[in-house]
Design a protein around this ligand. Structure first.
Ligand code: FPP
Length: 277
């Protein structure tokens, strides 16, 4: 089985992260990784990948160049997530709202998705990655759907890490879909009102069967959720970084996980209750 180190060997050297005065300099990846408590690694990390356009502008390039550099960040982050034992990595790759971008950019993003899947599929498979999607994938172009289906089928039995791409996804779309599905069942008498529980709603979301993300990362300095996994992140820790997505590397993921491990997750309880418990 190929190692993830070999898989990531083709990566270009990480470009320096966009300098921002408030960002402390990063230790190297190994030093950060060594400090992570493997017993408390979040099972599920979700990421809002943002800042590709700004990265491109800063480098005097077209926006699509930023997206294409973002693929290297996806690879490196996936490698890092696997190294520390994250089991689910969910990436916001294309939102329902992104359909309103200029046609040329939407087409370029779809082409990038197809080309990336085609070129990465073997590497993903050999490294035990299971590919999964959430979102209204029926609305994607035909070649995109076909490539995704092939990749999902080929990797279906892998269990090292599940990489979920949110494509044509928005949380409100997903919640409406769940509400309609539950209402239909109530209307037909298949279930009663008392059967509507949190577990039932969980089951009707596109993330059914996945644990809720414990850590949500957003790059590029924006501090918004932008219609991503609204139900699922009820208790997630949020981590925002000014680093633009094409500059994001596993070092940043490790930094986020270390920060996560330093937080007290109370789930509505008091600190004393947690200590006693
Ligand atoms: C947001 O940056 C990013 C996107 C809408 C697309 C994300 C896509 C990738 C990282 C590339 C491919 C991914 C896969 C999984 C193959 P933005 O364009 O909104 O940046 P801006 O806010 O600076 O304009």
């Amino acid at each position: 089985m190929a190692t993830f180190a070999a898989y990531s060997a083709g990566l270009p050297a990480a470009p320096a992260a966009t300098p921002v005065a408030t960002t402390p300099p990063l230790d190297n990846a190994e030093a950060l990784k060594a400090r992570i408590d493997r017993a408390r690694v979040p099972l599920h990390v979700a990421i809002i990948m943002d800042g590709n356009g700004r990265w491109a502008r800063q480098h005097g390039e077209m926006r699509v160049v930023g997206h294409s550099h973002g693929v290297q960040s996806v690879r490196d982050t996936l490698v890092g997530a696997t190294e520390i034992g994250v089991k689910y990595l969910t990436l916001y790759a294309f939102s329902t709202e992104n359909w309103s971008r200029p046609r040329a950019e939407v087409d370029a993003l779809m082409d990038l998705l197809v080309n990336t899947l085609v070129s990465e599929l073997e590497g993903l498979h050999e490294n035990g990655v299971r590919l999964h999607t959430i979102g209204d994938t029926d609305s994607l172009p035909k070649d995109c759907r076909a490539t995704l289906l092939k990749a999902i089928q080929q990797t279906a039995h892998n269990d090292r890490v599940t990489l979920t791409l949110a494509l044509s996804y928005s949380a409100r779309w997903e919640l409406l879909r769940a509400v309609r599905s539950i209402a239909t069942d109530v209307h037909s008498g298949r279930i009663g009102l008392h059967d509507i529980t949190e577990a039932l709603v969980d089951d009707r979301l596109t993330t059914a069967g996945m644990p809720a993300p414990e850590l949500l990362i957003r790059t590029s300095g924006e501090q918004r959720i932008s219609n991503f996994l609204l139900w699922q992140i009820a208790y997630a820790e949020l981590w925002f970084t000014p680093v633009l997505w094409p500059d994001f590397r596993k070092e940043h993921l490790f930094q986020a996980v270390l920060d996560y491990q330093g937080r007290e997750r109370r789930f509505g309880l008091t600190s004393d209750q947690l200590t006693e418990g």
